[in-house]
Design a protein around this ligand. Structure first.
Ligand SMILES: Nc1ncnc2c1ncn2[C@@H]1O[C@H](COP(=O)(O)OP(=O)(O)OP(=O)(O)O)[C@@H](O)[C@H]1O
Ligand SMILES: [Mg+2]
Length: 275
């Protein structure tokens, strides 16, 4: 039984969903060209869903070892980069075990000094990986101040050693474009450079769903349950949500679970109207 997801990233077993990488048309070329790039966009726009699926596809080609990791747990240690690194690396380990087959998983993280642990871990992994590593680093905005500067500087320092001793390609995923990070890292005089991540080749963002995509998503519910959405309801749903991915799901979930719970009844525009 699939349903409309309103809590966290989508997966195809549980959720009605649109092809997750359809809104990332240029990204394959960036990866093939060994780019370090940024994917930024509003909360709940589908960034994590899209990049997890992209990593899965890249690994499935047999060409790359690709995975998504997060900086989120570092947020509790923004004034202590060394502690942030330890928490982050522990979380990365769990994420990588979950996403990659054993042969592609990193070796034990090496001992390293505070301020160099992320770089050392990536170097150890990439030097032993049988395939080039492609890494997507989610929730970069969780880091601020010293922890953010330290992480970005380690990525920049390793960039020139790729692909043998650092990820072949890398994306930072967050709410802001990277040029805005210097604001978040506090005292910009400490950076001595316009952007601490000035190796970035490109910034990508995710467009909203089109009206046709909203209809396609809602038709998955019709195919599974027989419950139809009238053309007026589909039009109104797009008007109300403007294709914002979470809103598109939340409105449909409300319609089919609360307003019209009987799948024999179609969802019409009256049911979609906000009360
Ligand atoms: N491919 C998709 N098809 C249908 N709905 C989607 C898709 N991707 C995302 N959504 C909707 O968007 C919501 C948020 O997805 P996701 O967690 O991937 O976004 P995010 O941009 O990473 O959010 P955050 O910034 O809060 O981490 C999902 O719960 C779902 O409602
Ligand atoms: Mg996310």
């Amino acid at each position: 039984m699939r349903f409309f997801n309103v809590a966290g990233p989508c997966n195809p077993e549980d959720h009605y969903m649109l092809p997750a990488t359809a809104r990332l048309p240029d990204v394959q070329m960036l990866i093939d060209q060994k780019a370090y790039f940024v994917l930024h966009g509003a909360r709940q726009s589908g960034k994590t869903t899209a990049m997890i699926e992209l990593a899965r596809q890249l690994t499935a080609t047999g060409r790359y070892a690709a995975a998504l990791v997060s900086m989120e747990v570092g947020a509790a240690f923004n004034d202590n980069p060394g502690a942030a690194e330890l928490a982050i690396l522990e979380d990365w380990r769990a994420a990588l075990v979950w996403q990659l087959p054993p042969a592609l998983q990193p070796p034990p993280w090496p001992e390293a000094e505070a301020g160099g642990r992320l770089g050392a871990a990536l170097a150890a992994w990439c030097m032993t990986s049988p395939r080039p590593v492609v890494l997507f680093v989610d929730e970069i905005d969780a880091l601020q101040d010293a922890a953010l500067i330290s992480a970005l500087r380690q990525l920049r320092a390793g960039f020139q050693r790729r692909p043998d001793a650092f990820p072949w390609a890398l994306a930072l995923i967050g709410l802001r474009d990277v040029r805005d990070y210097k604001v978040a890292s506090g005292d910009s005089a400490r950076l001595h450079t316009a952007s601490p991540f000035n190796i970035k080749t490109e910034s990508l963002t995710l467009r909203p769903f089109t009206a046709a995509e909203v209809a396609e998503l809602y038709e998955q519910h019709t195919a599974d349950t027989g419950q139809r959405f009238t053309p007026d309801a589909l039009r109104l749903a797009f008007d109300l949500t403007q294709g914002q991915p979470w809103l598109v799901n939340a409105l449909a979930r409300q319609a089919v679970q609360v307003v019209v719970p009987d799948p024999a009844q179609p969802v019409d525009a009256a049911a979609e109207s906000p009360r």
